[in-house]
Design a protein around this ligand. Structure first.
Ligand code: FAD
Length: 492
């Protein structure tokens, strides 16, 4: 076979997992080539308007959806740095109780994923990315703290990997100050300094095998596609192995296109489901200044809500059932508004089917229990917003009044319908689809991150998680990827 390029390890995807594994393999002395479907955009390229971000940084122009009894957007990044370029940089460690759930369900995982190793990996990443809470005095969450204390809701400032945050509130469109240490500005440059190479605009179509062993990939160059040129194929050789980190939606598709047939591929898709709600405080509340995530609040066990002030108006107002003059009025006084989000660990499992017309089909309907949790979260956040002085709350649920003007009215939320179509869900934390399991009858990837079906093929991203984890996943994803990279052999 003629090869266009070669490396010890080809890493597919440059997001949280791919950047971590690529860096660590380079640190261990391997010759690493990282292949990324999206383009390479840097600080100076990031513009405030949503259109630029959707067209250059987001997967499918932000139009990726999950469909079941209702449809909802599933956000991911598609650029060098992956979803970390457009995320809020909140960094929480993997909850120990989730690790117990995993290892109780599959005892083979406890040796392969020792808790102390995941904790060590998390600690080292926290140091590398200077993770800490960086609240500004102007943070809109701060007036909230008084309301939180009065209501007795447990809360904490969120830790973030944004040591130089200038509170520009542009996390979703790419950090203009470079203060957020997303992968393209942190681990990727570190890997390149150590000699790793990165090729953007390369979509891996399939993995190539000799016998049972992964020996390379067939990729297509996408850089000409924007100028109307057809993608051109290239063959890249992996001397030692292929490390797949294409994310929860695309990793199983790459494996299926490559001929793998484990029945769990694409199954067990899980996510955190939630909705956003908006409050009008009738006076400026600095909700367009401050880092994107300030506080997280746990009004009931397993119920997670957080402030979400930086959302661009195009996204924030998309969830408010206002039109015409009312919508224009809200836009005019956008600085009077605060947006809160809630994000619950779903019990439902979905799957990745297709692709159909070139696009993956994500199938999922959250369970009635999932909607009960979301409804409870909307109730608590509505109470909180009124307690903090909101004059009007837009709960964003069909079946209850579209605007509430007093705290007493919040009770109506408790009886909101549990019909999936009543909820404008947002989803950006994804898990599963190449589940890790000791038994190939229960999952697609071995506990040491090798494929159950082929040699020289490792999967290291959030797709290997046996379940959703109930907290912001980036740090857990990176911790598992770091642990995986330490187990991938780098010398012959
Ligand atoms: C809007 C948003 C906000 C979020 N906020 C937070 C937060 O504040 N805190 C937190 O912890 N988590 C947050 N997350 C989630 C977090 O970013 C992800 O959990 C994490 O990035 C997942 O890492 P990953 O490596 O599995 O996938 P990704 O980071 O998505 O990276 C996968 C990469 O693979 C590339 N790829 C896919 N297919 C191919 C192919 N065939 N060939 C080559 N490349 C390919 C993609 O283009 C992408 O760059 C957020 C996510 C989003 C979208």
């Amino acid at each position: 076979m003629n090869w266009d390029d070669e490396a010890d390890y080809l890493v597919v995807g440059s997001g949280a997992a791919g950047a971590t594994a690529g860096l660590d393999l380079a640190r261990a002395g391997a010759d690493v080539l990282i292949l990324e479907e999206g383009g390479w955009h840097r600080q100076a390229d990031f513009r405030p308007d949503l259109y630029s971000a959707l067209s250059r940084l987001w997967r499918d122009f932000g139009g990726q959806v999950a469909a079941g009894r209702s449809a909802f957007p599933v956000a991911q990044g598609c650029c060098v740095g992956g979803s970390t370029v457009v995320n809020g940089a909140a960094m929480n460690r993997m909850p120990e109780e989730v690790w117990h759930e995993w290892t109780n369900a599959d005892p083979g995982l406890s040796d392969a994923l020792p808790w102390h190793a995941l904790e060590d990996a998390a600690a080292s990443i926290e140091t590398e990315l200077q993770v800490g809470a960086n609240l500004a005095d102007s943070m809109p969450s701060l007036p909230m703290t008084r309301a939180l204390e009065r209501l007795g809701y447990p809360h904490r400032a969120m830790a973030r990997s944004a040591p130089g945050c200038q509170h520009a509130n542009r996390c979703l469109t790419g950090c203009p100050s470079g203060g957020k240490w997303s992968m393209e500005r942190s681990l990727i440059p570190s890997a390149l300094e150590l000699g790793a190479r990165l090729t953007p605009d390369r979509r891996v179509e399939r993995i190539l095998f000799e016998g049972d062993r992964a020996v390379g990939v067939l990729a297509t160059r996408r850089d000409g596609a924007r100028r109307g040129r057809r993608p051109t194929p290239c063959r890249l050789r992996a001397r030692r192995g292929v490390v797949l980190a294409a994310g929860v939606v695309h990793s199983p598709l790459v494996l299926r296109r490559s001929g793998l047939r484990n029945p769990h591929l694409g199954r067990h898709f899980q996510c955190h489901v939630g909705t956003a709600l908006m409050a009008d405080f009738g006076e400026p509340v600095a909700a367009i200044q401050g880092p994107s995530l300030g506080y997280e609040v746990f009004p009931e066990p397993d119920l997670k809500c957080n402030s979400l002030p930086p959302t661009p108006p195009e996204i924030a107002l998309g969830n408010v059932p206002a039109v015409g003059r009312e919508l224009v009025g809200l836009l005019r006084r956008f600085d009077h508004l605060a947006v809160w989000n809630n994000s619950q660990r779903s019990r439902a499992e979905g799957r990745i089917a297709g692709p159909w017309l070139g696009l993956p089909q994500i199938r999922m309907t959250p369970t009635p229990h999932d909607f009960e949790r979301i409804r409870a979260a909307v109730f608590h956040v509505t109470r909180l917003l009124f307690e903090a002085g909101a004059r009007t709350v837009y709960p964003g649920l069909h079946g209850v009044p579209r605007r509430l003007d007093e705290a007493a009215a919040a009770d109506v939320i408790r009886s909101a319908p549990l019909d999936p179509r009543a909820y404008a869900l947002n989803v950006s934390h994804l898990f599963g689809t190449c589940r890790m399991a000791s038994d190939p009858g229960r999952g697609a990837v071995r506990p040491d991150f090798r494929s159950h079906e082929r040699e020289g093929l490792f999967v290291v991203d959030a797709s290997v998680f046996p379940s959703a984890i109930g907290t912001n996943p980036q740090l857990a994803v990176m911790s598992l990827a770091r642990h995986a990279a330490a187990r991938i052999p780098t010398c012959s």
